[in-house]
Design a protein around this ligand. Structure first.
Ligand SMILES: [Zn+2]
Length: 63
């Protein structure tokens, strides 16, 4: 079974934008650091943990 979670990203920008204010996030399953610095994100962006293959969907929250 595939594991999946969401990660909120708070910013003042309208997507898509470059994640130049966050270096990495920790996988919620294996806690490995996943480098996300300078990736381009929009509402459909997700990343996969290389260690446990957990999928993290970004939820972009504008404030
Ligand atoms: Zn993991």
């Amino acid at each position: 079974m595939e594991s999946y979670s969401t990660q909120e990203i708070l910013s003042v920008y309208t997507p898509p934008y470059k994640l130049n204010f966050t270096d990495y996030i920790n996988c919620p399953i294996c806690e490995i650091e996943i480098d996300i610095f300078n990736i381009i994100v929009d509402e459909n962006t997700f990343i996969r943990c290389e260690d446990c293959e957990h999928t993290i969907q970004f939820k972009l929250v504008k404030f």
